[in-house]
Structures are given as C-alpha cells and as structure tokens.
Design a protein around this ligand. Structure first.
Ligand code: ADP
Ligand code: ASP
Ligand code: MG
Length: 422
C-alpha cells in the first residue's frame, strides 16, 4: 500500500462525463489498496470564464487594485470541480471528502495571482486517509497568514499536487493530462513530436521554465527540491486499464542521468509567447544603471528574463530585457515615469509581439557547436534573432512572434527530434 497523489488538469475534468471517468480511475487505485489524494484543476475554460467576468467589470490588470478579489474569484473554479469529484466518488461507493486549500491549510505568501506555497498542514488529510477516505484538495490555491485566499499562477494545480506530494512524502505524484506524456515539443505545434519515456529533472526544469506548459515550472522545482517521483500521463486512456500498465505509462521525470539520456544532444524544444521586450535607449554607461532600471522593475514584483546591454558609444548605452507580457504595460509605465527622467535616457521602446524559442538538452554540456547550428537553421529560414541567452543545457532566442511555429518546426527537424532514438 502506498500514498499516491493524482492531479487532473482542466480538460481531464472538463465535463461531468470526464469527472465520472476520473472518479472511476481514482476508485480503481484506492481499491488496489493505495491511499489516494487527488488534486483537480477547474473544469476546462472555467478559470478563463471567471477572469473574463471580472474584466467585463473592470479593465484593471492583475497586479493592480483587484488582485485579492481576482484570487477569491478564480479559486472557486477548483472548489467546484473538487466538490463535484467528491460527489462522483461517493456515487461510486468510494468514501471521499474535498477541501479547499484554505481548509487544509495550504499556507502561501500574499503575492496574489502568483503566490508561493510556504507550508502545508497534513493533519486533516492524514486523519481522513487513515479513515479510508479519498482526499480531494483543490489545485491552484492557498491562504495567506491573514486568511486571504491566494492563487499560484496559471497552471498552478501542478504545483499544488507536487507540493502536497512532498508534504505527505507520497510514493509518487501522477500528473494526468490531455497528452500521454512529455514530448520533444508541443505535439499540437509539431505533429511529428515524439513522447519521451523519461526526461531528466534538469531538462524538464529548463523546458518548463522556457514555456512548455505541460508542467508549471514551480511544480518541477518542488519535485527537485523534495525528490518527489513525478510522472506525466494521459487521463484519456480507458479508466479500467490494468493499473500496473498505467503506472508505467507516460513520461517519468528522472533524477538519474543515465547513459541513454546523455546520447541525445537536444532533448526538446520549448517556446513561449508570454513575454514582451523593452529597451531603454541612451542611458549613461556608469555603475548602477542596471540596478536602477531592473531594481525599479523588481520592486513592482515583475520578473525579468533575457537581458542585454550593448557596448557603449560616447558614454551612452542601450539596455534591453524581457518581462511577462501581462506586466508589459505596467513595466513601460514605470520606466517612462521613473527611470527615463532619472537617467536622462533618450527613449523607452517596447515590442509585445515577440516569442522565445529554446533548445534544451543535457547533452549540450559535452557537445560544441549546438548553438551555432541553431542560429544557422534560423538564418536559413530568414528568421532574425533579436536576443540570445544560454545556460549550460539550453540556448534561447527571442524572435518575431510570427516566425514561432516555423522556427520550432525547423529546429525540431534539424536536431532529428522526429527520429526514433536508438
Ligand atoms: P492540464 O489542463 O492537464 O494542466 P495543460 O494544457 O496545462 O494541461 O498542459 C498540457 C498541454 O501542454 C498539452 O495539451 C500540450 O499542448 C502542451 N505542451 C506543451 N509542450 C509540451 C510538451 N513538450 N509535451 C507535451 N505537451 C506539451
Ligand atoms: N485552473 C488554473 C488555470 O487554468 C490552474 C490549473 O489549471 O492548473 O490556470
Ligand atoms: Mg496545466
């Protein structure tokens, strides 16, 4: 008997039919003798619907005045789906109870719309498990010290599930979704993408942070920190397939770098359209400039990603960086109001129609010429590179958004990701 955490995404919970199928699958695992904790997302489209209603009432952006209420609002999506799943399980004859994050409690900081989990109290959950119940805990949300409901950022149910698995020292955390594992790239963009049987933790971390939304980045960070065994698999297989077969399906996030993984130089391609580029032109090239520009952005709780500073000409330089697209307008306003006059800079310009494409692979550590091959492939398709950033196991480029799919497909082919591995 093991303690297992299942997480079901929005599509997997998308209708009462789907919820029934999830209930049957969970009941199968419980009847096999496992203690089950289930973390559902809101039914597909629900989070967008709720946030859309708020937008009809106010055009203020998240991070502005309504953040607390937006979190209280969005959190209801998971509260509804969790209660529905508990009802479906009970209708299956399986005792179960659902809790919202605040009831557990899952404690977070107070950064509304992007809160971080700080602690999870396991008392109630353990008591219910020991009483033979399936415990359902809402994904995506928690509660801060003052008792306000918080949410963990889009895709945050993955993080809830892994954090709960870590707190309960679960045997495994299974992330059920609408694809049957982690692919070499998003199979919806490149139909030739292949499923990876295993992917190293480090590669998954880079892929998630570079935009592969199959797992939220923080869920991978938690899995790494607490060594939570993690697997991504499909909720669209028949619910009554053999449980041992199901337990081996999908993609395992592996903490061991085996030889086979070393062979693939590039394991995957990630992309994201969620960033915007900002340039501050004509700033004095003196100590403290980067701090003045980026410090202002950081103080507004806006994350900065790729950064470039040009060589100076006549004591002046240009400074460019990317921010989440959702924070673009706010960042531009701040820079224009505060940094532009303070630094006597020439201009603040921006472009929200960019995307970032990244190649990821631990084999890049031991192979040279991978980045230059990436640049050649993009050049052959006439794609201009605006910014470049690298780490030991990835190279990312910022390019015009309209070339995103072309770039991803060309790179996928050039690095032989459509070919079966030996
Ligand atoms: P859920 O609602 O289950 O959390 P998401 O939509 O958040 O599902 O994530 C699953 C989606 O991630 C897939 O449908 C797929 O389009 C996308 N995706 C992006 N990159 C990858 C990848 N490398 N492998 C698999 N899926 C990916
Ligand atoms: N429902 C939330 C979202 O749509 C959280 C999640 O699905 O993981 O972002
Ligand atoms: Mg998701």
């Amino acid at each position: 008997m093991a303690l297992i955490v299942h997480k079901y995404g929005g599509t997997s919970m998308g209708s009462t039919e789907r919820i029934k199928s999830v209930a049957k699958r969970v009941a199968k695992w419980a009847r096999a003798g496992h203690q089950m904790v289930v973390v559902p997302s809101a039914m597909s489209g629900e989070t967008n619907r709720l946030l859309g209603l708020a937008k009809e009432l106010s055009l203020a952006k998240p991070g502005d005045t309504h953040s607390r209420e937006l979190d209280a609002l969005a959190a209801t999506g998971e509260q509804a789906s969790s209660a529905l799943l508990a009802i479906a399980l009970q209708a299956e004859g399986m005792p179960s109870v659902s809790y919202a994050g605040w009831q557990v409690a899952i404690k977070t900081n107070s950064a509304y719309t992007k809160a971080r989990i700080e602690s999870i109290d396991d008392k109630k959950v353990r008591a219910d498990l020991n009483a033979g119940k399936v415990v359902i805990i809402t994904g995506f949300q928690g509660v801060d010290d003052a008792g306000h409901i918080t949410t963990l950022g889009r895709g945050g149910s993955d993080t809830s599930a892994v954090a709960i698995a870590a707190a309960l020292k679960a045997h495994e955390c299974l992330i059920y979704t609408d694809v049957d594992g982690v692919y070499t790239t998003d199979p919806r963009v490149v139909p030739e993408a292949r499923r990876l049987q295993t992917v190293s933790f480090e590669e998954m971390l880079e892929m998630a942070s570079m935009g592969s939304k199959v797992l939220q980045i923080r869920s991978v960070e938690f899995a790494g920190k607490y060594k939570v065994p993690l697997r991504v698999l499909s909720s669209f297989t028949d619910w009554d397939i053999d449980i041992n077969e199901e337990a081996k399906s999908g993609t395992l996030i592996s903490f061991e770098e085996d030889e086979k993984m070393e062979q693939a130089v590039v394991s995957g391609i990630a992309f994201n359209r969620d960033e915007a580029k900002i340039s501050v032109l004509g700033v004095p090239d003196t100590p403290g400039i980067a701090y003045q520009i980026l410090g202002t952005i950081a103080d507004a709780n806006i994350e900065v990603d790729v950064i470039i500073q040009n060589i100076s000409k006549e004591g002046k330089t240009d400074f460019s960086f990317t921010v989440p697209r959702a924070d673009y307008a706010k960042a531009m306003d701040l820079l224009k109001a505060k940094v532009l006059p303070a630094l006597n800079a020439t201009e603040v310009t921006g472009d929200a129609k960019i995307c970032k494409v990244s190649i990821v692979g631990i084999g890049m550590r031991s192979h040279v010429g991978i980045a230059s091959k990436m640049f050649r492939v993009l050049a052959e398709d006439g794609i201009n590179i605006q910014m470049i950033s690298t780490s030991e196991i990835k190279t990312s480029v910022v390019i015009d958004e309209k070339y995103m799919e072309l770039a991803v497909r060309a790179l996928h082919k050039a690095f032989d990701l459509d070919q079966p591995t030996a």
